[in-house]
Design a protein around this ligand. Structure first.
Ligand SMILES: Cc1cc2nc3c(=O)[nH]c(=O)nc-3n(C[C@H](O)[C@H](O)[C@H](O)COP(=O)(O)O)c2cc1C
Length: 199
């Protein structure tokens, strides 16, 4: 292996890392969607990103329900104050009590299942953005009503919904951000408090 090969590989790795960081830093929630359906090829990639998310104790007690029927999405929306858009697709992250029992996860005590919802959701949002799709979480909704609309089996809980679709051509005005959190605002190095900075 020549030095030129090594240099090229390193440059490729740096480029991939920079592209990945760009995906992370340019993602913003999208609440205004076009009616264009999400291709199943893109959808499978987004779902695969969710599948590969890290999870507590390596247990998998959630299932992802894909909803594409516009009428059902509108019905769900009527019980979801946090759902501002009408996305082409909804991915509903559901907790399955039977899977939780099998994995000996105590849903009333253990917080890791809720964190697992977040890791899966974030992976899917980043993948969606990488494919040029928009996404937005919905947590403000009636779980009991949505469970009925989606005909979920008894005990299965819709924890989180991800709106997914192509961003509308005319984007909604971006909400004014009161203050942008800088790395210095967010991170303390070694000692908790604002006086020290590490880099
Ligand atoms: C746990 C969680 C719950 C959220 N719930 C909702 C919601 O119900 N409706 C909504 O429109 N946005 C929701 N959001 C989106 C946030 O408002 C949004 O991510 C935040 O304002 C930052 O914007 P950005 O993701 O574009 O940087 C939620 C985000 C998270 C992480």
């Amino acid at each position: 292996v020549s030095k030129a090969d090594v240099d090229r590989r390193e440059a490729d790795a740096n480029e991939r890392a920079a592209a990945f960081m760009r995906t992370i830093t340019t993602r913003r929630v999208v609440r205004d969607f076009s009616a264009k359906p999400v291709s199943h090829s893109d959808l499978r990639d987004v779902l695969t990103a969710g599948r590969w998310a890290t999870r507590g104790s390596n247990s998998r007690i959630h299932r992802l329900l894909v909803v594409e029927d516009r009428q059902v999405i509108r019905q769900v929306r009527s019980f979801s104050p946090g759902m501002l858009g009408v996305p082409a697709t909804l991915i509903v992250i559901c907790t399955d009590p039977d899977l939780a029992a099998e994995a000996e996860v105590q849903l009333d005590r253990d917080v890791t299942p809720w964190i697992d919802v977040g890791t899966a959701a974030m992976n899917m949002m980043l993948a969606a953005h990488a494919f040029g799709l928009g996404s937005c979480p919905v947590t403000s909704f009636s779980k009991s009503a949505v469970a009925v609309v989606l005909k979920l089996p008894s005990g299965v809980v819709p924890e989180f919904m991800l709106q997914l679709g192509h961003p509308a051509a005319k984007r909604q005005p971006v909400a004014r951000v009161a203050s942008v959190t800088t790395l210095n605002d967010l991170v303390f190095w070694g000692t908790y408090g604002p006086l020290r900075t590490g880099c």
